[in-house]
Design a binder for this molecule. Sequence first.
Ligand code: SAH
Ligand code: SF4
Ligand code: F3S
Length: 448
Amino acid sequence: MKKVFIKTFGCQMNEYDSEKMADVLESQSGYTPTDNLDEADMVLLNTCSIREKAQDKVFSDLGRLRDLKSQKPNLIIGVGGCVASQEGKQIVNRAPYVDLVFGPQTLHRLPALINERQRSGRSQVDISFPEIEKFDHLPPARKDGGAAFVSIMEGCSKYCTYCVVPFTRGEEVSRPFEDVLVEVSGLAQQGVCEITLLGQNVNAYLGKVNDQAELADFAMLLEYISEIPGIERIRYTTSHPKEFTSRLIQAHATLPKLVNHLHLPVQHGSDKILMAMKRGYTSLEYKSIIRKIRQVKPNIPISSDFIVGFPGETDEDFLQLMKLVEDIKFDNSYCFIFSARPGTPAANLKDDIPREVKVRRLQELTSLIDEHILAISKSMIGATERVMIEGMARDGQKLQGRTENNRVVNIDLPADTNAQRLIGKMTTVLFTDALAHSLKGELVLKLS
Ligand code: SAH
Ligand code: SF4
Ligand code: F3S
């Protein structure tokens, strides 16, 4: 059996796509996945170009693969994902030992690309955006554990001025409503109890119902998924403040399976910077969404992505960001330094902030958020929650799970507990202690 080694960079969408690559290669081309590079007949890099560093990693990996290929001339090297999408044929120009270049929307064509590579002896490049064709050509979803991801929409049409995603993944395209429901039901039948709905802007979802003109919005999708037997918990990522409708807020009030956690990236707290980023809302509008969601879910932990050091960000702008963070008290969030991406409008702005100022702002932001993370964790002590058990903790003695707000929790076990039985399931846990980035807990065993 031939073996494929897949390395994934970047976001959850890429993780999802890597799984799909493995599925399609196994079912159509006879490759099984391996974690051991030495035994691989094919190596695929599923790349990310969101920031400069992410992109650089790809080219340094390619350099190493070149050496490997000189020892193993039949090795097939493929580059997929967002760098592939952005650079296309230039990857082959720069690294002629690359056999395949394919984009996020053409990964289902991998078997055909491999055949054509072997038939013609030439490198193959296909980075087109054939709408939603990808989903019609992938094997049905499968999952071993208790949690699974389901992509509901692809691409992004927001064109934030700093971001490559609309260029690498194309415009927003939603999967048909029934297709998503069928995929989730199939996963539930295989024992999946937690579903994460994926997309760059899941709340921009507008899926065709029954091939009719009628469209279902994201709130409707959530309502229907909630009805699927076996699904106990629903997460989604990422949502955008612009389409955070009152129907979606209402869904949080009425659907108990929706997780008590919201990842709603604000990016900045200064209206001047938000405008320059073309995010489409003000800091006050963002706060008003959070106020409404907290009216229906008073203690909901909220996380975000942030960019510091955007061109033109003054000390005053940064203070406004810190003020917003203090007001909202964000939970565990992602903080980045602005990275100029070629081809985006912000790359043409004068990058007028010294590196050390950017680094200092990043540190100040992350340490303020760290304070809030710890305060949120401490407030969880004494509470019980349904926790998804992911496996054994590193010490091999405790179980490890994820809370609703994605905190790792290490769970003590009574001596006679059959720990393996709980893996991949949800169980009730009492939180007993809070550490910097994790919690301790105990099993609350049901008497029934
Ligand atoms: N669609 C999501 C997230 C997309 S990318 C959203 O709009 O919220 C994930 C994160 O990477 C973004 O939220 C942003 O914080 C960060 N990011 C994107 N482009 C960047 C750039 N050029 N420099 C630094 N961070 C960037
Ligand atoms: Fe990028 Fe903005 Fe789209 Fe998010 S909403 S993927 S940051 S363009
Ligand atoms: Fe990176 Fe593309 Fe995701 S740029 S963050 S892999 S959408």
